[in-house]
Design a protein around this ligand. Structure first.
Ligand SMILES: Cc1cc2nc3c(=O)[nH]c(=O)nc-3n(C[C@H](O)[C@H](O)[C@H](O)COP(=O)(O)OP(=O)(O)OC[C@H]3O[C@@H](n4cnc5c(N)ncnc54)[C@H](O)[C@@H]3O)c2cc1C
Length: 539
């Protein structure tokens, strides 16, 4: 992946003309302004502080060619892919780069690396795809001799596929597309498709409790984990793959979501399913976000939710339609139809079904009946197909927005159905208030993306004209939204995890005793405290 953005060189995308006009009209973005990242050679880096003896021990553990402290490796592992990460990297700030990057090729080598680092008091940052958006992979080395990033990219094998049990044992460094490709050879799928799918890893998903776009149907990653292997400085913690067990507290739950602070997840045994033979994605319209939320609640609680269920609020719908404003005659006719049905200014929803043909058809009809009863108007397959086509395209456009001097960021939360509307209002208001000083009002939009029997997630995207001090502007917005989430009873994160950015709100999330329990587990597994310092736990 590019060190300063998303995707690889050669995969360029540009904003369509209607989008540029909208950004000019609504945010005052100057269409002629373009400001790319500095060159790699201009990124400011401190000299590596890794002592020669520690470096030699690491080289002995993994092979000299797998311990790198060159500029390219250090900058590529300096940060994740949140807005603040990209602002710092693009401006040439490499102050968070690790002192070296170590890439072990086996669990035994991971063990040797952890032992060398514990003895030399070197902090270790586990690194999967580096797509964290909460500061999860940014090295923090205060109080340590140095910090190394442990990149699991060479642990990339499918170790076992159990067709009868429908489970697969995967190494942590497998990237999404490769995992799906290899499972596909067995006629299987994991069904885990976060928007970062192309660049995130199995280990990263488990370490962050990630949720894929189809997790309403296939389940979040934490629901799919059957077994685990964690290598910690103090030893190995293995949870055998079992369908169920009553043997005390479930230690898998300690490892899932541990964000590298307890050790390195080397393998995970995950539930898989037969690859779907049929897919059907369709669009729906609701008169309002409130109406759509209520229809989704009824559908979910009737056990009739699609595998992908998304409902955009009025603002997100308005902006996505505006981007297609110069569209075809069919799109214009579609808009006229919605006007006629009293849905002008309403909300777009996507319902996606995967499985066997008969199963998809049966489930689709049941969901459709409930959505229609809830006020929905069916828009047919085109909006669904367009969503499926573009499901990974958002982050590519983000680079272009940053080039044009815009702040663009996302955050997410979840709560019970009865609290969804107040939480939605509170977070939206907090973001609009914090970003009001940008000169022009920000664009704050939201969608519901994951359904549960008791509630749903809310995913906010916000855009504003970048201020003189963009990192302070971002911090003010992030803090205001986080405070609003906590005050309104939401979770500080539904799937992005805690990292550095959400750590200050963990006390509110789990309480003092809860924090002590996590700290106690960390002390036992990582007595020297070298594992990913500064993440998950508040100072
Ligand atoms: C554009 C974009 C879209 C995204 N969309 C989604 C989405 O739809 N759903 C979602 O849930 N998230 C999403 N994310 C967030 C991110 O992709 C997820 O958190 C993902 O699970 C991280 O995987 P990774 O392999 O990149 O992990 P990394 O970013 O490398 O690491 C994340 C955290 O896990 C730790 N870690 C990584 N690997 C291991 C390991 N093997 N052992 C122990 N600790 C480890 C790291 O130390 C770090 O704390 C998105 C991010 C971006 C940039």
């Amino acid at each position: 992946m590019r060190w300063w953005g998303w995707g690889e060189d050669g995969h360029e995308v540009s904003l369509p003309q209607p989008a540029l006009e909208l950004l000019r009209d609504e945010l005052g973005a100057d269409p002629s302004q373009r400001r790319g990242p500095v060159a790699l050679e201009e990124v400011r880096l401190e000299p590596s502080r890794l002592a020669r003896a520690a470096r030699e021990r690491l080289a002995a553990a993994v092979g000299a060619e797998h311990v790198r402290d060159d500029r390219e490796a250090r900058v590529a592992h300096a940060a994740g892919r949140g807005y603040a990460d990209l602002v710092r990297l693009r401006s040439g700030d490499g102050s968070s780069a690790p002192d070296a990057v170590v890439t072990p090729g086996s669990a035994d080598q991971v063990r040797a690396v952890l032992s060398a680092c514990a003895e030399a008091r070197v902090a270790v940052v586990p690194f999967g795809g580096g797509t964290s958006v909460v500061g999860g992979v940014e090295p923090v080395s205060d109080g340590f001799e140095a910090a190394v990033t442990l990149d699991v990219g060479r642990l990339d094998r499918v170790l076992d596929v159990d067709r009868a049990s429908l489970t697969a044992k995967l190494e942590a460094g497998l990237l999404g597309p490769e995992a799906e490709r290899q499972l596909g050879e067995h006629g299987l799928t994991l069904g885990h498709f976060p928007q970062s799918f192309e660049y995130s890893t199995v280990g990263g998903w488990v370490a962050t409790r990630s949720a894929g776009q189809a997790s309403s149907g296939y389940g979040r990653i934490d629901e799919l984990v059957e077994g685990l292997r964690l290598l910690a400085p103090a030893g190995e913690l293995t949870a055998r793959a079992l369908p169920a067990s009553a043997a005390g507290p479930d230690l898998r739950e300690l490892v899932i979501g541990s964000e590298g602070v307890l050790g390195v997840i080397c393998e995970a045994t995950l539930q898989v399913r037969p690859a779907p033979r049929a897919r059907r994605y369709e669009g729906w319209s609701f008169r309002s976000f409130a109406e759509g939320c209520e229809a989704f609640r009824v559908m979910e609680q009737a056990g009739a939710a699609p595998d992908v269920a998304r409902l955009s609020d009025e603002e997100e719908t308005r902006l996505s339609l505006a981007l297609a404003a110069s569209g075809s005659a069919a799109q214009r006719a579609g808009r006229a139809y919605l006007r006629l049905r009293g849905h002008e200014g309403g909300c777009l929803a996507i319902a996606g079904f995967e499985g066997d043909q008969d199963d998809v058809e049966r489930r689709r009809l049941r969901s459709a009946a409930l959505l229609r009863a809830g006020g929905g108007v069916a828009l047919g397959r085109k909006p669904g197909a367009a969503w499926l086509r573009n499901r990974y395209s958002g982050p590519y456009l983000r680079d272009e927005l940053l080039d044009r001097g815009l702040l663009v960021e996302t955050l997410e939360t979840a709560t019970g159905w009865s609290n969804l509307a107040p939480l939605y209002q509170a977070v939206g208001n907090a973001l609009r208030g914090a970003l009001a000083e940008s000169g022009t009002p920000p664009l704050v939009m939201c969608h519901v993306s994951h359904l549960y029997r008791s509630g749903a997630s809310l995913y906010f995207t916000f855009l504003a004209r970048e201020a003189e001090a963009p990192l302070e502007q971002w911090r003010a917005a992030k803090s205001a939204a986080s405070e609003a989430i906590v005050a309104a009873g939401g979770t500080i994160t539904h799937h992005h995890a805690v990292g550095r950015d959400h750590a200050p709100w963990m006390r509110a999330e789990v309480g003092e005793l809860g924090l002590d329990l996590i700290r106690a587990a960390k002390r036992r597994l990582d007595p020297a405290g070298i594992m990913n310092p500064g993440k998950l736990l508040p100072d």
